[in-house]
Design a protein around this ligand. Structure first.
Ligand SMILES: C[S@@+](CC[C@H](N)C(=O)[O-])C[C@H]1O[C@@H](n2cnc3c(N)ncnc32)[C@H](O)[C@@H]1O
Length: 369
């Protein structure tokens, strides 16, 4: 059937295929069989209540986009809502909140009007309701984790895609934000650190630590995972810009961690290296240990499997095969509950600190009678 559309406003008509081309319109079949063109809004702009913040665009087409953004606002922006005198439905905090389009549009109108008048007040010298620009290091951790939850939920609709794209020692899995923050606290990771995640998955660790360190680099081999990591970081950067933070300090690379281009970064520039090596085979780990043996004193390497195991310290054969034994020490890190999505019981992580001045290991020979 050669359906034509009819635009009520302009009273113009046209072939049905044009309806497909207009992304902000939907076609409905009218009484005469013609298609009635009706405009629907596909996205909405939310002004930033932060000094130096950029407007943020929320996609309205997908239900989950509205639901996840509403959840983020309800959970983490209660002080802003209070300042702007905006009320939101109580169910917005729920995990399964179903946020309808008109309620969401009303909320964004109220929000934008309040922000606009807040900005005018600032310029006329009245009490401002615009928030100070957040400094990277001051961005509260609970706010960062809920922003990252939002970014993850919106970018990864189905974790199965990540799992099915990975294989063998390229298996995908992730550490919880709580565990990463526990490392940051225990190892005092801060503004002067350069963090490198070897096998960075969707970039969860680098995105969480990036804003509070000097630089965070993630290297991921699997193409699909690296692609999702980029989309995840792109959205994260937009939300951070909305807060007035325009540099996440994160760089993501789609590459093999063994690529010689990273040698300097890993051995000289990095102060903290993460290697979630639970699935890594001995071949990869032997090569990585040779590289780690070139690291500067003081570098901390966080891993799942300790880089220097008790067996390697206690047996001459193993000790001679592991170049790290002579220059480092591994110890257990504090554990948080349910700290990974790849193990049902808590996973023990370790830190190996490189110390080139370590006293040489004295092998006491045992004389057998
Ligand atoms: C268990 S995931 C860890 C993700 C993230 N670092 C975390 O701990 O939450 C390990 C990742 O390492 C990646 N990987 C494995 N071998 C790699 C290699 N040679 N170079 C870069 N990435 C690699 C896998 O594809 C996988 O995404």
């Amino acid at each position: 059937m050669n359906t034509r559309f009819y635009d009520r406003k302009t009273r113009s008509q046209g072939p049905a295929h044009e309806i497909q081309l207009a992304t902000d319109r939907i076609g409905r079949v009218g009484r005469m069989g013609q298609c009635i063109r009706k405009k629907i809004q596909t996205s909405v702009i939310l002004l930033s209540p932060f000094d130096n913040g950029e407007a943020f665009k929320v996609d309205l087409k997908e239900q989950f986009n509205r639901d996840e953004f509403a959840k983020l606002i309800a959970r983490s922006f209660s002080d802003v809502l209070q300042h702007l005198k905006i009320k939101i439905p109580s169910n917005w905090k729920l995990n399964d909140a179903h946020v309808n389009r008109s309620t969401f549009l009303k909320f964004t109108n109220d929000w934008n009007e309040a922000v606009r008048s807040g900005r005018t007040m600032t310029s006329t010298g009245q009490t401002p309701i615009i928030f100070q620009k957040l400094e990277n290091k001051d961005c509260p951790k609970p706010l960062l984790t809920s922003i990252l939850d939002y970014c993850k939920d919106v970018t990864i609709r189905d974790e199965g895609i990540l799992k099915s794209a990975s294989y063998g020692d390229k298996m995908y899995g992730a550490v919880s934000d709580k565990q990463v923050l526990s490392w940051a606290n225990e190892l005092d990771i801060g503004a002067s650190d350069t963090v490198v995640d070897l096998g960075s998955g969707i970039g969860n660790i680098v995105c969480l630590l990036g804003p509070s360190v000097n630089k965070a680099v993630g290297i991921e081999f699997v193409e699909k995972t690296a692609e999702i990591a980029n989309a995840h970081h792109e959205l994260f950067a937009k939300v951070m810009s909305w807060l007035g933070i325009h540099d996440t300090k994160v760089t993501l690379k789609h590459a093999d961690m063994l690529d010689p281009q990273f040698e300097n970064l890993i051995t000289k520039e990095a102060t903290v290296v993460v290697i979630n090596n639970k699935q890594f085979g001995p071949d990869l780990m032997n090569k990585m240990n040779i590289l780690f043996a070139k690291c500067e004193t003081g570098i901390k390497i966080i891993s799942t499997i300790p880089l220097i195991g008790a067996r390697q310290v206690n047996s001459k054969l193993h000790r001679d095969n592991n170049p790290l034994v002579a220059i480092g020490e591994s110890k257990e890190l504090m554990m948080t509950e349910k700290n990974t999505n790849f193990q049902s019981t808590p996973c023990q992580f370790h830190v190996t600190t490189i110390d080139r001045n370590k006293a040489p290991f004295v092998y006491a020979s045992v004389t057998r009678r």
